[in-house]
Design a protein around this ligand. Structure first.
Ligand code: HEC
Ligand code: HEC
Ligand code: HEC
Length: 439
């Protein structure tokens, strides 16, 4: 079993137990027990490689152990398949499993809510997911080995060039809000491309990615365009797969998302109860911050001054420099509107960046711990505290825990920084743009 000793993963014990089971009851027929065949070894190796991929890309819908009960499952109109169900999985061929993961539900006449992963993961990675599913389902009738010429490199989708980006921006300015397109984009978003499986709009839809009800206030069109076409280029480890969105689809999606300014369905009617959420992002009292431009150089100095009042770099990295408690801000001038940046500084809890929710843990000893949730599995929680210190906590020692709607980012910058300092910071952040756009 030394093969497995180095495994240091959430489900390790579960995996080892299952793998032992497989090795003792070999998948390949017709040989007297004892040694593992080359085929068994390859199968185990694939399944081991499949586990982290599964936890990263699949578990939010299919559940950590494949029971179809991931945290996002309740938001979907169609239940995610139960991948631990032996009867269900053993009926499918390896090729069929490969195809649905690679090309998505629609390619096999199943729900569009099952996304396409073949534009994100390598063929080898998809085969390792097939092996991992066999393991989850304890399906011993099918072994998985790599077909000849399997590619082990991920698909390389080139980033937008400065030229194509400028062309898009020109187009958006002239025609981007054209009426018909918004409808086309909405239908792509809700019914065709699985976006709705992971994102909610006005309280309907998935919860894997950020809510997009206010996308038109928060994101610049050029960022939506580069993000939708190639999320892995913007953020290699994002859980959002590349959905193979075509040029005209990307444009329609941007037109739709830019039309979302925060109001839910029937604006007037719901004014009362939705009032708080539907409020325009920039409150009147904040407008003065946007009226004149600050000094970007002074903003940069303040951002990185670890002795200063702002201390932003303690938590944020820009172009390789700074802390890791908060999100990397290197491209934030392209990805976020001025209004969003201002809101992030003055009222950080209004939008919590995906992956940075804070959780509050009460241990059985009666101690409270708080930090950003890095990872959770059946047995344990990993968090990072305000100082950036990682903490690993066994769930057996935890009484209860919950996600909080507060940010780890201090909420008092409005009081401790002058209006001028905030304008300077804003001017600096605005300069942090995609390299294709110069600067
Ligand atoms: C956003 C939610 C979501 C994510 C993420 C997701 N799935 Fe699914 N998956 C579904 C839904 C919903 C179905 C059910 C489709 C149906 O029955 O029409 C499904 C079905 C399946 C099926 C069965 C298809 C069939 O032939 O009936 C497999 C296999 C599968 N998913 C594997 C995966 C793998 C592997 C991943 C991660 C790489 C993954 N899924 C990620 C939602 C998701
Ligand atoms: C399997 C789930 C999944 C699917 C499907 C999905 N997304 Fe996402 N999306 C995410 C996650 C997770 C993030 C958060 C990104 C991050 O920071 O890693 C995200 C982020 C975003 C963002 C915000 C980017 C930013 O800068 O913060 C937008 C806009 C977006 N997605 C649009 C879409 C659109 C449009 C589609 C359909 C074409 C789509 N998503 C499909 C999971 C998904
Ligand atoms: C103690 C750590 C900490 C400090 C100090 C801090 N931040 Fe943050 N910041 C965070 C965390 C964590 C998030 C993500 C959670 C959230 O959205 O509120 C965040 C989010 C942001 C965002 C939104 C990013 C996005 O893409 O959604 C911006 C912009 C930002 N911070 C700017 C600043 C600036 C400017 C300063 C200095 C004045 C600062 N932060 C100081 C921790 C910090």
């Amino acid at each position: 079993m030394n093969l497995f000793i180095n495994l240091k993963n959430s489900l390790t014990s579960f995996l080892i137990a299952l793998l032992c089971f497989f090795v003792l009851h070999p998948v390949s027929q017709g040989r007297a027990g004892g040694h593992e065949s080359a085929e068994d070894v390859q199968f185990s190796e694939l399944a081991i490689a499949g586990e982290p991929l599964y936890l990263h890309y699949c578990a939010h819908c299919h559940g950590v152990s494949g029971e179809g009960d991931g945290f996002n499952a309740e938001n979907l109109d169609k239940d995610p398949a139960e991948l631990s169900d032996n009867a269900f999985v053993s009926k499918k061929t390896n090729d069929r499993l490969f195809r649905v993961i690679s090309e998505g539900g629609r390619a096999v006449k199943k729900s569009y809510l099952m996304p396409v992963f073949g534009q994100t993961l390598s063929e080898k990675e998809i085969w390792s997911l097939v092996a991992y599913i066999r393991l989850l389902a304890e399906d011993k009738q099918h072994s998985v080995t790599l077909p000849e010429n399997t590619k082990s490199a991920r698909p390389m989708i080139p980033p937008e060039t400065g030229e194509s980006l400028r062309e898009f921006m020109q187009w958006f300015e002239n025609e981007g809000s054209g009426g018909g397109l918004v409808k086309v984009g909405e239908s792509l978003f809700r019914d065709k491309l699985a976006c709705f499986a992971c994102h909610s709009v006005a309280d309907e839809g998935g919860r894997v990615g950020p809510e997009l009800t206010r996308a038109g206030y928060l994101y610049k069109p050029e960022w939506l365009y580069v993000w939708i076409k190639n999320p892995q280029h913007a953020k290699p480890k994002t859980r959002m797969p590349n959905l193979g969105v075509k040029e005209d689809q990307a444009r329609a999606l941007v037109a739709y998302l830019e039309s979302l300014k925060g109001q839910s369905g029937d604006e007037e009617e719901e004014e009362g109860e939705e009032g708080e959420d539907a409020e325009p992002i920039v409150l009147d009292e904040w407008k003065t911050y946007l009226e004149t431009k600050g000094d970007a150089l002074a903003g940069e100095k303040l951002f990185f001054d670890l002795e200063g009042t702002a201390n932003c770099a303690k938590c944020h990295t820009v172009k390789g420099e700074g802390g890791r408690i908060g999100p990397n801000l290197s491209l934030v001038g392209t990805s976020r509107t001025q209004e969003f940046l201002l809101e992030s500084i003055l009222n950080p809890k209004a939008v919590i960046t995906v992956g940075y929710s804070s959780i509050l843990i009460l241990t059985k000893e009666g101690k409270f711990l708080t930090g950003i949730k890095i990872n959770e599995d059946d047995q344990s929680l990993d968090i990072m505290d305000k100082e950036g210190k990682p903490l690993h906590i066994e769930k057996s020692l935890v009484k209860k825990f919950k996600t909080q709607k507060i940010s780890i980012m201090p909420g008092n910058f409005k009081d401790i920084l002058s209006e001028e300092e905030i304008k300077n910071l804003l001017a600096y952040l605005t300069r942090l743009t995609l390299p294709q756009l110069g600067n």
